[in-house]
Every structure is written in structure tokens, then in C-alpha cells.
Design a protein around this ligand. Sequence first.
Ligand code: NAD
Length: 256
Amino acid sequence: DLSQKTALITGSNSGIGLGIAWALARAGADVVLNSFTDRDEDHAIAAEIAKETGVTARYIQADMSKGDDCRRFVTDAGRCDILVNNAGIQHVALIPDFPVEKWDAIIAINLSSAFHTTAMALPMMRKAGWGRVLNISSAHGLTASPFKSAYIAAKHGIVGLTKTTALETAKEPITCNAICPGYVLTDIVEKQIPDTMKEYGMSRDEVIKNVMLERQPSKEFATVEQLGGTATFLCSDAAAQITGTTVSVDGGWTAL
Ligand code: NAD
């Protein structure tokens, strides 16, 4: 039961972040959604969650590529019992061709944002006497593939940040873990299909079957609902001694 808790989820107007927001709201947590846009439809998502679940749901615009915005997001939320660092982008290119601005943006959004939000959230958690930090890493936080240097560096980096956060909070009722999904069919995956088709000279179906799900022994995408369930479990009392580790939701990818 997560009532009385407030969960902040970065990058949550779509995909996994939104799935986790729904799951935490269904478990009773008030939720604060985020992305870099400030559209009516962003606020409408929060209103729909509030209407369906009865919790308080808000949307706060903040650009996770900017450290000051990351910090303002947590400050403006006013309270943070559960922090889900989920915002992420991808770019697919070989290292010599990898655009420098894409490298910088991926490191900022996928890695540095979690440093900034965690820095602001831990004092709030300490004051409340309880906290959960969930960092959304990836199977690519534990293994590599060609063409994704920045993403893989950031996702490995966030596993390291997870371990340090866990050690710095080890004696407190605060835990920090990384969730490592395999492929989930969200926008971020949809968007990389065209480039991957080009890189490998394959059709869309071939990319899905031979490149993406080739790595996933279950041959099925993981779902945002399953990731919501994993996040909810890591926020439960049963998970109080799980800290500083990774939880893979990858259909066996990392067993290979
Ligand atoms: P998605 O594109 O649907 O979600 C990414 C979210 O980040 C969106 O809500 C987007 O608005 C937000 N975002 C992007 N740039 C931002 C910025 N500058 N500031 C604030 N928000 C920003 O894709 P997703 O699959 O739901 O990705 C969510 C997380 O899960 C990412 O960290 C991604 O790396 C990770 N992940 C995804 C998969 C997968 O297969 N889909 C696998 C492993 C890990």
C-alpha cells in the first residue's frame, strides 16, 4: 500500500514511465509525471490517472537534459518518497559517425539527470524517514551491442550510480535499485527501427525478429505493465533489503 507516498517519475508521458506511473497510482501513491513538453495532452494524462485511481496526479514540465531543470522538478514537486529516473533517449550510429551533440544529450538525459534528481530527493526521503530510488537502466546496462555507444555507456553508468546511492543510504530505510528491461515496444524502440533497418539492410519485420528479439530468448517483448509491477514490488516492504542491485526484466537476454 503506497498511499501517503508521492512518486516522481521522469519522462513519464509515454512508454515505461507512464506504465510505472499507472502501477504506482493503482498501488495508492500520488504521482508526479514529467517530460520536456508542456502540452494540454501531458496534463490530461495526469488528470486521467487521478480520475481512474483516485490519487493526486500532477504533470510538471522539466527538461531532463538540463541539470537545473532536473533539480527544479524535484523542488517543485515538494515531496519525493519514490523517485523513478526513467527519462531516456537513444541514437544509433557507429562511434566515428556518432554526433557529438547526441552523445552529450544521451549522457545528460539518461545518466546525469538521475544524479541531479537523486541529489534533491535524498534529503526529502531522509526527512520523511523512507525512500525508494528506481533507476531505469537496460539490458544494455549489463551487456553491449554495436551502434549504441552513448546509450550503453549511460546505462552502465546508471548501474554504478545505483550502487553508490545504495551504499550511501544503506543504514537508512531507503533503497536504490536499477531495473534492466530488455526490449519493450515503446516509442524509443519504434524510433530506432528505421536506422537499424538501414544499418543492417533489413526490413522492419527482420529487425524486430532478427536484431531485437534475437537477443531476447523468450522471443517476446516485455510490457510496460510488467515493468510497473516490478517497480511496485521494489517499493514494497518485501523489497526492503533489496538495494544496490539490478533487476532484469528481459526474457532471458542476460542469461545468454
Ligand atoms: P519512450 O520514448 O516512450 O519514453 C521516454 C520518455 O522520456 C518519454 O516520456 C519522453 O518524453 C521522455 N524524455 C525524453 N527526453 C526528455 C527530456 N529531455 N526531459 C524529460 N523527459 C524526456 O521510451 P521508453 O521505452 O518508455 O523509455 C523509458 C526508459 O526505459 C528509458 O530510459 C529507456 O532507455 C529505458 N529502456 C527502454 C527499453 C525499451 O525496449 N523500450 C529497454 C530498456 C530500457
